[in-house]
Ligand binder design. Structure first.
Ligand SMILES: CC(C)(COP(=O)(O)OP(=O)(O)OC[C@H]1O[C@@H](n2cnc3c(N)ncnc32)[C@H](O)[C@@H]1OP(=O)(O)O)[C@@H](O)C(=O)NCCC(=O)NCCS
Length: 269
């Protein structure tokens, strides 16, 4: 059937536009996010609810918003131990501007630091798709497969803690908020197997990966959600470094640096 002239014109005009977004519509004197005027959102919803609207396109139930708030709080800070915080503080000490220090810290997030949340969410979300009747059987299959590759299972174990205190608290809150679903159950089933086999426990990423997956977040948003929670801490560390420490301070003693390159050479004999 031939398309009407008006529809054709509309399609042609839209396809010629350079930016397409379903997040926020900006018109003179009017800003609507996911359909809600921002002046209605301001003062009426919490920050986690806003995160939900932005990332998922809809307002959460109250229990889901409370749960996301706890997840964001749990990501807040881990002292000066993480590479991102160290990077931000070293840059601050070098005299870099705040935005550069923050960007440097965030750029230090990689596979081995902060990357576990996304990898665990992917593991759980894909794991649930496996054709097994019992979650315990899926958990066992996942553990067997990863053990064969000699890789570590993301979301379990920790460099500093034998038992990451944040994980059981998050699971407890997920139960209280009625936010436990199949993904968190799968994480709990893996935890039981790994504890029996290796004595290691679920860490913050394992707990949050299950919870965020049960809240319906795509695993591709995992690191982003981690960053939302961690950003205030990175700002705070940069501020502390700039206001409390000597500029350009020594982070390592010269004795801690060991040169194992070539012996001294000369260009001319
Ligand atoms: C963080 C990590 C590197 C610590 O590893 P580690 O220093 O070897 O930890 P432990 O000494 O407590 O390990 C004890 C045993 O459990 C094993 N183990 C530790 N974490 C494991 C994991 N996630 N999957 C499988 N086995 C693991 C170790 O290989 C070791 O086995 P072994 O006794 O046979 O040698 C590791 O747990 C890991 O890579 N975890 C996954 C990534 C992750 O979730 N990171 C986020 C941390 S918040």
């Amino acid at each position: 059937m031939a398309l009407g002239r008006e529809k054709l014109e509309r399609m042609f005009k839209i396809s010629n536009l350079k930016w397409k977004t379903s997040i926020t519509k900006v018109e003179p004197n009017r800003i609507t996010t996911r359909g809600y005027p921002q002046e209605d959102l301001i003062g009426n919803i919490s920050f986690p609810e806003m995160v939900f609207i932005l990332l998922k396109g809809e307002l959460p139930e109250k229990n889901e918003a409370r749960m996301l708030e706890s997840v964001l709080v749990s990501f807040c800070d881990h002292g000066v131990t993480p590479p991102s915080t160290q990077t931000a503080r070293i840059m601050a000490s070098a005299g870099s501007q705040l935005p550069a220090c923050i960007a440097g810290g965030l750029l230090a997030f990689g596979k081995n630091h902060a990357g576990a949340i996304e990898r665990t969410m992917k593991l759980l979300q894909e794991g649930i798709g496996r054709s097994k009747d019992r979650i315990e059987d899926i958990a066992q299959e996942i553990v067997n497969e990863i053990f064969e590759t000699e890789e570590k299972i993301p979301g379990f174990g920790h460099r500093y803690h034998n038992a990451d205190p944040r994980a059981p608290r998050l699971i407890e809150l997920a139960k209280e908020n009625n936010c436990i679903g199949i993904h968190t159950q799968l994480a709990i089933a893996i935890d039981k197997i790994l504890f029996n086999l290796k004595g290691i426990r679920m860490n913050i990423d394992g707990a949050n990966a299950g919870i965020l997956s049960d809240l319906g977040f795509d695993w591709r948003n995992g690191t982003g959600i981690f960053m939302i929670g961690r950003l205030p801490a990175i700002i705070s560390h940069v501020y502390e470094e700039k206001t409390r420490e000597e500029p350009f301070r020594k982070f390592f003693d010269i004795d801690e640096i060991y040169y194992d390159g070539n012996d001294e050479k000369r260009i001319l004999d």
